[in-house]
Ligand binder design. Structure first.
Ligand code: AKG
Length: 322
Protein backbone atom coordinates (compact mmCIF):
# COMPACT_ATOMS: atom_id res chain seq x y z
CA UNK A 1 0.00 0.00 0.00
CA UNK A 2 2.84 2.36 0.86
CA UNK A 3 4.20 1.86 -2.64
CA UNK A 4 0.95 2.82 -4.38
CA UNK A 5 1.45 6.23 -5.99
CA UNK A 6 -0.52 9.10 -4.46
CA UNK A 7 -2.32 9.65 -7.79
CA UNK A 8 -3.80 6.14 -7.69
CA UNK A 9 -4.85 6.58 -4.08
CA UNK A 10 -6.61 9.78 -5.07
CA UNK A 11 -8.38 7.91 -7.88
CA UNK A 12 -9.50 5.36 -5.27
CA UNK A 13 -10.77 8.16 -3.00
CA UNK A 14 -12.77 9.63 -5.91
CA UNK A 15 -14.24 6.19 -6.59
CA UNK A 16 -15.32 5.91 -2.94
CA UNK A 17 -16.75 9.44 -3.04
CA UNK A 18 -18.84 8.78 -6.15
CA UNK A 19 -19.94 5.42 -4.74
CA UNK A 20 -21.02 7.04 -1.46
CA UNK A 21 -22.91 9.81 -3.26
CA UNK A 22 -24.66 7.22 -5.45
CA UNK A 23 -25.74 5.31 -2.32
CA UNK A 24 -27.19 8.48 -0.81
CA UNK A 25 -28.90 9.44 -4.08
CA UNK A 26 -30.46 5.97 -4.33
CA UNK A 27 -31.86 6.33 -0.82
CA UNK A 28 -30.06 3.24 0.46
CA UNK A 29 -29.07 2.90 4.17
CA UNK A 30 -26.53 5.60 5.01
CA UNK A 31 -24.23 3.12 6.73
CA UNK A 32 -23.22 1.91 3.24
CA UNK A 33 -22.21 5.42 2.21
CA UNK A 34 -20.26 5.85 5.48
CA UNK A 35 -18.42 2.57 4.88
CA UNK A 36 -17.38 3.74 1.41
CA UNK A 37 -16.16 7.06 2.84
CA UNK A 38 -14.11 5.18 5.43
CA UNK A 39 -12.54 2.92 2.80
CA UNK A 40 -11.55 6.05 0.90
CA UNK A 41 -10.14 7.62 4.07
CA UNK A 42 -8.23 4.48 5.07
CA UNK A 43 -6.81 3.48 1.71
CA UNK A 44 -7.11 6.56 -0.50
CA UNK A 45 -5.43 9.96 -0.35
CA UNK A 46 -7.16 13.24 0.53
CA UNK A 47 -9.07 14.86 -2.34
CA UNK A 48 -11.13 18.05 -2.62
CA UNK A 49 -10.01 19.47 0.73
CA UNK A 50 -10.68 16.21 2.58
CA UNK A 51 -14.21 15.91 1.23
CA UNK A 52 -14.68 12.39 2.64
CA UNK A 53 -14.24 13.62 6.23
CA UNK A 54 -16.74 16.39 5.52
CA UNK A 55 -19.21 14.02 3.87
CA UNK A 56 -19.20 11.61 6.85
CA UNK A 57 -19.64 14.55 9.20
CA UNK A 58 -22.72 15.61 7.20
CA UNK A 59 -24.14 12.07 7.15
CA UNK A 60 -23.41 11.29 10.80
CA UNK A 61 -26.39 13.14 12.37
CA UNK A 62 -28.77 11.13 10.13
CA UNK A 63 -27.38 7.75 11.10
CA UNK A 64 -29.09 5.55 13.67
CA UNK A 65 -27.08 5.98 16.90
CA UNK A 66 -26.07 2.75 18.56
CA UNK A 67 -28.06 2.22 21.75
CA UNK A 68 -25.97 2.44 24.93
CA UNK A 69 -24.84 -1.02 25.95
CA UNK A 70 -27.03 -0.84 29.02
CA UNK A 71 -24.28 -1.19 31.54
CA UNK A 72 -22.74 -4.15 29.73
CA UNK A 73 -19.14 -4.21 30.84
CA UNK A 74 -16.29 -5.87 29.10
CA UNK A 75 -15.50 -9.14 30.82
CA UNK A 76 -11.80 -9.70 31.17
CA UNK A 77 -10.43 -13.14 30.49
CA UNK A 78 -8.09 -14.40 33.19
CA UNK A 79 -4.87 -12.57 32.52
CA UNK A 80 -1.34 -13.01 33.74
CA UNK A 81 -0.59 -10.50 36.49
CA UNK A 82 2.27 -8.13 35.65
CA UNK A 83 5.73 -8.97 37.00
CA UNK A 84 6.62 -7.06 40.17
CA UNK A 85 8.37 -3.81 39.29
CA UNK A 86 11.63 -3.76 41.30
CA UNK A 87 12.60 -0.40 42.88
CA UNK A 88 15.86 -0.17 40.90
CA UNK A 89 14.04 -0.55 37.57
CA UNK A 90 11.19 1.91 38.17
CA UNK A 91 10.85 4.68 35.58
CA UNK A 92 10.87 8.04 37.43
CA UNK A 93 7.51 9.80 37.85
CA UNK A 94 7.10 13.60 37.77
CA UNK A 95 4.11 15.86 38.30
CA UNK A 96 3.77 18.51 35.55
CA UNK A 97 7.46 19.41 35.22
CA UNK A 98 8.29 22.74 33.57
CA UNK A 99 9.29 22.67 29.90
CA UNK A 100 12.89 23.52 30.88
CA UNK A 101 13.06 20.77 33.50
CA UNK A 102 11.71 18.19 31.06
CA UNK A 103 14.05 19.37 28.28
CA UNK A 104 17.22 19.44 30.41
CA UNK A 105 16.67 16.27 32.44
CA UNK A 106 14.78 13.96 30.09
CA UNK A 107 14.60 15.12 26.47
CA UNK A 108 18.23 16.11 25.96
CA UNK A 109 19.72 13.15 27.90
CA UNK A 110 17.04 10.90 26.31
CA UNK A 111 15.75 9.47 29.59
CA UNK A 112 12.28 7.94 29.94
CA UNK A 113 9.89 9.50 32.47
CA UNK A 114 6.24 9.11 33.48
CA UNK A 115 4.43 12.47 33.51
CA UNK A 116 1.48 12.92 35.83
CA UNK A 117 -1.15 15.66 35.98
CA UNK A 118 -0.61 16.65 32.34
CA UNK A 119 -3.74 15.09 30.85
CA UNK A 120 -6.10 15.39 33.82
CA UNK A 121 -8.12 18.11 32.08
CA UNK A 122 -8.44 16.34 28.71
CA UNK A 123 -12.17 15.70 28.06
CA UNK A 124 -11.41 12.06 27.13
CA UNK A 125 -10.66 11.34 30.79
CA UNK A 126 -14.32 11.81 31.67
CA UNK A 127 -16.05 11.09 28.36
CA UNK A 128 -14.48 7.99 26.86
CA UNK A 129 -15.93 4.55 27.49
CA UNK A 130 -16.95 1.54 25.41
CA UNK A 131 -20.50 2.95 25.20
CA UNK A 132 -19.22 6.31 24.04
CA UNK A 133 -17.23 4.76 21.18
CA UNK A 134 -20.26 2.71 20.14
CA UNK A 135 -22.35 5.85 19.96
CA UNK A 136 -19.84 8.20 18.35
CA UNK A 137 -18.03 5.80 16.07
CA UNK A 138 -20.02 2.51 16.04
CA UNK A 139 -20.66 2.51 12.29
CA UNK A 140 -17.14 3.62 11.32
CA UNK A 141 -14.80 1.13 9.64
CA UNK A 142 -11.36 0.72 11.23
CA UNK A 143 -8.39 -1.66 10.84
CA UNK A 144 -8.12 -4.26 13.59
CA UNK A 145 -5.08 -6.44 14.30
CA UNK A 146 -6.06 -10.05 14.89
CA UNK A 147 -3.77 -12.35 16.83
CA UNK A 148 -1.78 -12.18 20.03
CA UNK A 149 1.21 -10.28 18.58
CA UNK A 150 2.23 -8.94 15.20
CA UNK A 151 5.27 -11.21 15.03
CA UNK A 152 3.10 -14.39 15.04
CA UNK A 153 2.64 -16.33 11.78
CA UNK A 154 -1.14 -16.37 12.09
CA UNK A 155 -1.38 -12.63 12.80
CA UNK A 156 -3.53 -10.62 10.33
CA UNK A 157 -5.46 -7.39 9.96
CA UNK A 158 -9.10 -6.91 9.11
CA UNK A 159 -11.36 -3.95 8.40
CA UNK A 160 -14.51 -3.93 10.54
CA UNK A 161 -16.84 -1.45 12.16
CA UNK A 162 -16.11 -0.18 15.65
CA UNK A 163 -19.39 -1.83 16.81
CA UNK A 164 -18.33 -5.23 15.46
CA UNK A 165 -14.87 -4.83 17.00
CA UNK A 166 -16.42 -4.02 20.37
CA UNK A 167 -18.90 -6.87 20.34
CA UNK A 168 -16.47 -9.52 19.06
CA UNK A 169 -13.25 -8.55 20.80
CA UNK A 170 -14.10 -6.31 23.75
CA UNK A 171 -17.41 -7.58 25.10
CA UNK A 172 -16.94 -11.23 24.22
CA UNK A 173 -13.16 -11.46 23.86
CA UNK A 174 -13.37 -14.37 21.38
CA UNK A 175 -9.75 -13.93 20.37
CA UNK A 176 -7.30 -11.09 20.73
CA UNK A 177 -8.30 -8.14 18.54
CA UNK A 178 -6.50 -4.82 18.82
CA UNK A 179 -7.38 -1.50 17.21
CA UNK A 180 -3.72 -0.59 17.19
CA UNK A 181 -1.55 2.15 15.76
CA UNK A 182 -4.41 3.74 13.89
CA UNK A 183 -4.73 7.45 13.09
CA UNK A 184 -8.31 7.43 14.34
CA UNK A 185 -8.29 11.14 15.11
CA UNK A 186 -7.68 12.09 11.46
CA UNK A 187 -10.50 9.77 10.46
CA UNK A 188 -12.92 10.98 13.17
CA UNK A 189 -11.92 14.59 14.02
CA UNK A 190 -14.73 14.77 16.61
CA UNK A 191 -12.61 12.53 18.87
CA UNK A 192 -9.59 14.80 18.51
CA UNK A 193 -11.45 17.48 20.43
CA UNK A 194 -11.23 15.24 23.50
CA UNK A 195 -7.41 15.17 23.63
CA UNK A 196 -4.59 17.74 23.51
CA UNK A 197 -1.09 17.65 22.13
CA UNK A 198 1.23 17.73 25.17
CA UNK A 199 2.94 21.14 25.43
CA UNK A 200 6.34 19.41 25.68
CA UNK A 201 6.07 18.60 21.94
CA UNK A 202 6.89 22.27 21.26
CA UNK A 203 10.47 21.42 22.32
CA UNK A 204 10.78 19.42 19.10
CA UNK A 205 11.77 20.74 15.72
CA UNK A 206 8.70 19.70 13.72
CA UNK A 207 5.43 21.54 13.19
CA UNK A 208 2.30 20.47 15.04
CA UNK A 209 0.92 18.98 11.79
CA UNK A 210 3.91 16.63 11.66
CA UNK A 211 2.91 14.93 14.93
CA UNK A 212 1.41 11.49 14.31
CA UNK A 213 -1.37 10.68 16.75
CA UNK A 214 -2.35 7.03 17.04
CA UNK A 215 -5.11 5.23 18.93
CA UNK A 216 -4.50 1.92 20.75
CA UNK A 217 -7.80 0.38 21.91
CA UNK A 218 -8.13 -3.22 22.99
CA UNK A 219 -9.02 -5.78 25.63
CA UNK A 220 -6.68 -6.99 28.36
CA UNK A 221 -3.90 -9.22 27.03
CA UNK A 222 -2.85 -7.29 23.92
CA UNK A 223 0.90 -7.43 23.45
CA UNK A 224 3.11 -5.10 21.44
CA UNK A 225 6.37 -7.07 21.16
CA UNK A 226 9.64 -5.33 22.06
CA UNK A 227 10.35 -2.83 19.26
CA UNK A 228 11.74 0.64 18.61
CA UNK A 229 10.36 3.61 16.62
CA UNK A 230 12.17 6.43 14.83
CA UNK A 231 10.50 9.30 16.73
CA UNK A 232 10.04 10.56 20.28
CA UNK A 233 6.82 9.27 21.80
CA UNK A 234 4.37 10.39 24.47
CA UNK A 235 2.15 7.41 25.29
CA UNK A 236 -0.91 8.73 27.12
CA UNK A 237 -3.10 6.29 29.06
CA UNK A 238 -6.83 7.15 29.03
CA UNK A 239 -8.31 4.03 30.63
CA UNK A 240 -7.01 0.64 31.75
CA UNK A 241 -3.45 -0.19 32.77
CA UNK A 242 -0.45 -1.35 30.76
CA UNK A 243 2.72 -3.14 31.83
CA UNK A 244 5.62 -1.52 29.97
CA UNK A 245 9.33 -2.40 29.74
CA UNK A 246 11.94 -0.16 28.20
CA UNK A 247 15.47 -0.94 27.03
CA UNK A 248 18.01 1.63 25.90
CA UNK A 249 19.05 1.69 22.21
CA UNK A 250 22.60 1.11 23.51
CA UNK A 251 21.51 -2.42 24.40
CA UNK A 252 20.26 -3.20 20.87
CA UNK A 253 22.73 -5.98 20.22
CA UNK A 254 21.61 -7.82 23.38
CA UNK A 255 18.00 -7.66 22.17
CA UNK A 256 18.43 -9.69 18.97
CA UNK A 257 16.51 -7.63 16.40
CA UNK A 258 14.91 -9.66 13.59
CA UNK A 259 17.11 -9.87 10.53
CA UNK A 260 14.37 -9.27 7.95
CA UNK A 261 14.03 -5.70 6.70
CA UNK A 262 10.36 -5.49 7.64
CA UNK A 263 10.90 -6.55 11.28
CA UNK A 264 14.37 -5.05 11.80
CA UNK A 265 12.91 -2.71 14.48
CA UNK A 266 11.51 -5.67 16.47
CA UNK A 267 13.30 -7.97 18.90
CA UNK A 268 13.06 -11.75 18.49
CA UNK A 269 12.94 -12.15 22.28
CA UNK A 270 9.68 -12.82 24.10
CA UNK A 271 10.37 -10.36 26.92
CA UNK A 272 8.28 -12.09 29.59
CA UNK A 273 9.38 -15.61 28.65
CA UNK A 274 12.81 -15.31 27.03
CA UNK A 275 14.51 -18.30 25.41
CA UNK A 276 17.92 -17.83 27.03
CA UNK A 277 19.49 -20.70 25.11
CA UNK A 278 18.74 -18.95 21.82
CA UNK A 279 19.23 -15.42 23.17
CA UNK A 280 21.82 -15.72 26.00
CA UNK A 281 22.88 -12.05 26.00
CA UNK A 282 19.35 -10.89 26.70
CA UNK A 283 20.08 -11.07 30.44
CA UNK A 284 22.86 -8.47 29.96
CA UNK A 285 20.35 -5.83 28.87
CA UNK A 286 19.22 -3.57 31.72
CA UNK A 287 15.62 -2.45 31.63
CA UNK A 288 13.22 0.00 33.23
CA UNK A 289 9.55 -0.68 33.69
CA UNK A 290 6.27 0.70 34.94
CA UNK A 291 2.58 0.02 35.10
CA UNK A 292 1.07 2.92 33.20
CA UNK A 293 -2.25 3.90 34.77
CA UNK A 294 -5.03 6.25 33.58
CA UNK A 295 -3.91 9.88 33.50
CA UNK A 296 -0.21 9.07 33.09
CA UNK A 297 1.92 9.86 30.04
CA UNK A 298 5.10 7.89 29.38
CA UNK A 299 7.90 9.66 27.52
CA UNK A 300 9.63 7.04 25.34
CA UNK A 301 12.76 8.60 23.79
CA UNK A 302 13.41 8.01 20.10
CA UNK A 303 14.68 4.48 19.33
CA UNK A 304 14.10 3.34 22.91
CA UNK A 305 12.95 -0.30 22.82
CA UNK A 306 9.48 -0.77 24.31
CA UNK A 307 7.34 -3.80 25.17
CA UNK A 308 3.70 -3.20 26.11
CA UNK A 309 1.08 -5.59 27.56
CA UNK A 310 -2.40 -4.40 28.49
CA UNK A 311 -3.58 -5.62 31.86
CA UNK A 312 -7.26 -4.94 31.18
CA UNK A 313 -9.52 -3.12 28.73
CA UNK A 314 -7.38 -0.20 27.69
CA UNK A 315 -7.24 2.93 25.55
CA UNK A 316 -3.97 4.76 24.93
CA UNK A 317 -3.09 7.62 22.62
CA UNK A 318 0.45 7.97 21.30
CA UNK A 319 2.03 11.14 19.99
CA UNK A 320 5.07 10.55 17.75
CA UNK A 321 7.09 13.73 17.32
CA UNK A 322 10.54 14.84 16.29
O1 AKG B 1 0.41 0.42 23.54
C1 AKG B 1 0.89 -0.41 22.78
O2 AKG B 1 0.44 -1.55 22.66
C2 AKG B 1 2.12 -0.06 21.97
C3 AKG B 1 2.40 1.41 21.89
C4 AKG B 1 3.56 1.69 20.99
O3 AKG B 1 4.27 0.81 20.57
C5 AKG B 1 3.86 3.06 20.61
O4 AKG B 1 3.18 3.99 21.07
O5 AKG B 1 4.82 3.26 19.83
Amino acid sequence: WREVARGWRQVYAYGCLFGALAEVAAGRPLTRAVRLCDLGLLMGAAVLDNVLVRLVRALQPHLPRAAPRDGARAKSARLEPPPAVQPEEVIPHLHCPSLEHFRDNYLIPQRPVVLEGVMDHWPCMKKWSVDYFCQVAGCRTVPVELGARYTDEEWSQQLMTVSDFISQYIVHENNVGYLAQHQLFDQIPELKEDISIPDYCCLGEGEEDDITINAWFGPGGTISPLHQDPQQNFLAQVFGRKYIRLYSPQDSENLYPHESQILHNTSQVDVEDPDLVKFPNFTKAAFQSCILTPGQILFIPVKYWHYVRSLELSFSVSFWWS
